[in-house]
Design a protein around this ligand. Structure first.
Ligand code: ADP
Length: 483
């Protein structure tokens, strides 16, 4: 693979540990492939557990100084990092497309989205304030101070190789914390590239490490080392639950952004054009591999056929292909296991009575065609499990209560969407949906300025928005008696 980067130094095949670029202590490496071609694009170190300890200790040393910096100084470094990311959008996007598969236009969008967190939290750094409480007794003053949590760790997934790191790292640094990041072993190069830019932006050595490696060495150390006070994870509910267990012994604070099973409800009074646009954006972005992708589409009987007809026209315009090629709108899935899951969900649904309205599923390497199924019921796997692929299952409903009940009938509670022009219904359904995020008449709900996160088994805590920085701050009540 020739990357054709304007700055080849952004492609690093070493880990960034305590301010030094390192190979694995035992020389072990992980091969990283391009899901579009199967070619190996490079290797990263499979770092040892001792190297993870080294990263944590280096972070503790750097953080002891960082927390004393003025918020405005911290903000200036975050803004420099932000600007460097925007100066390198094309290179970062190419690296991302080659290791992850998403099409270049989406990769560029993710790079800008990733940068936006540095700007937002640079701004928030100067607004960390506290409180002075009403005195309980004469002469007594009670203050509430906000202080950084300390050394933190991030474990991030492959579907958003850059944004899931900056969404954690930016508030951590703004708050005065340090962070050790373990990117997914499937997409480490975006993470290492952003580390290069952090170094150039003037992030003190050791404050942020990006340590590549496997869960059983690096992941276990980050979730069990007593110096790590907080762990922020984005990934599957399965792994989130393991990390919660591993963190239990040292009572770490946790932010968990886990799986979803997003409902997308189209009521009979919906603007059908808008609903089709919304479901296309929500379902097929990143080839269906996002935790907020519409996973279950509920369409009212009265407009079902019209909706499906318009939807099929939009689906016909998708062009599956290598993300680097001009004109591709949907890239490959991340690996063979992801393809197998899509195949299993589709064949299970067909066995239980669902029908294709699109062309049948076709698979070539990691590329799968977009699929639309009708006649889907709650008995099918696709109704209860996250498919993480470009399969759009359509359920029918008649009564609003049934749609809401089915939508809420999942252990997950991340994103949800509904389309209606009725104002009373908008409030009623918006309040009835048991999800951390609700989109009304829109399929796009990710932005740095709004809290992002889920309820139920979709996780703990919120990222972005004003609350995003609170995840990295402790409250200290300071009781001042009269001397
Ligand atoms: P899955 O492949 O099950 O969806 P995830 O995508 O949730 O796994 O994994 C996300 C991140 O979690 C990756 O960086 C992965 O290396 C890491 N990870 C997986 N298992 C563990 C574990 N037991 N401990 C720590 N990290 C883990």
């Amino acid at each position: 693979t020739t990357l054709h980067l304007s700055d080849p130094f952004l492609f690093r095949q070493q880990a960034y540990i305590a301010g030094q670029w390192q190979d694995a202590a035992d020389g072990a490496r992980i091969a990283v492939d391009n899901p579009a071609t199967g070619e190996i694009i490079g290797h990263v170190p499979a770092c040892t557990r001792a190297q993870a300890t080294q990263a944590i200790e280096g972070c503790a040393r750097a953080q002891a100084e960082w927390k004393k910096r003025l918020p405005a100084e911290r903000a200036a470094i975050l803004m420099a990092w932000h600007d460097l990311i925007l100066d390198n959008v094309d290179d970062l996007a190419r690296i991302m497309t080659i290791e992850q598969g998403k099409v270049l236009a989406e990769a560029r969008g993710e790079v800008r989205y990733a940068a936006s967190f540095f700007k937002w939290f640079a701004e928030e750094a100067r607004r960390i304030d506290g409180a002075i409480l009403a005195p309980p007794t004469p002469g007594r003053h009670v203050l509430v101070l906000k202080e950084p949590v300390g050394v933190t760790a991030a474990i991030t997934p492959w579907n958003f190789p850059l944004a899931m790191i900056t969404r954690k790292c930016a508030p951590a640094l703004a708050a005065g914390c340090g962070m050790v990041v373990k990117p997914s072993e499937l997409t480490p190069f975006s993470a290492l590239a952003v580390a290069v830019l952090g170094e150039r932006a003037g992030v003190p050595a050791g404050l942020v490490s990006v340590i590549t490696g496997m869960p059983d060495a690096v992941g276990i150390e980050l979730s069990t080392n007593v110096t790590v006070r907080k762990l922020s994870f984005t990934g599957s509910t399965r792994v989130g639950s393991i990390l919660m267990e591993q963190s239990a012994a040292t009572i770490k604070r946790l932010s968990l952004e886990l799986g979803g099973n997003a409902p997308f409800i189209v009521f009979e009074d919906a603007d059908i054009e808008l609903a089709v646009e919304g479901v296309m954006a929500s379902k097929f972005r990143n080839a269906g591999q996002t935790c907020i992708c519409a996973n279950r589409v509920f369409v009212h009987d009265a407009i079902h056929d019209r909706f499906v007809e318009r939807l099929m026209q939009a689906v016909a315009e998708l062009k599956v292909g290598n993300g680097l090629e001009e004109g591709s709108t949907m890239g490959p899935l991340i690996n063979a296991a992801a393809v197998a899951k899509v195949e299993a969900h589709v064949s299970d649904a067909l066995d239980k009575g669902a029908r294709y309205v699109s062309a049948p599923l076709s698979v070539e390497g990691c590329f799968v065609s977009p699929v639309v199924l009708t006649g889907v019921t709650t008995q099918m796997r696709i109704a209860s499990e996250e498919t993480f692929g470009p399969v759009l299952p359509i359920f029918r409903f008649d009564a609003e209560e049934d749609a809401v009940r089915m939508a809420n009938g999942t252990p997950f509670g991340l994103a949800s969407y509904f389309f209606t022009r009725d104002l009373d219904r908008a409030w009623r359904v918006g309040e009835a949906l048991e999800f951390g995020m609700v989109g009304l008449n829109t399929g796009a709900i990710s932005m740095e300025s709004a809290p992002f996160g889920g309820v139920k088994q979709s996780g703990l805590g919120r990222e972005g928005g004003h609350p995003g920085i609170d995840e990295f701050l402790e409250l200290k009540s300071f009781h001042m008696g009269a001397a």
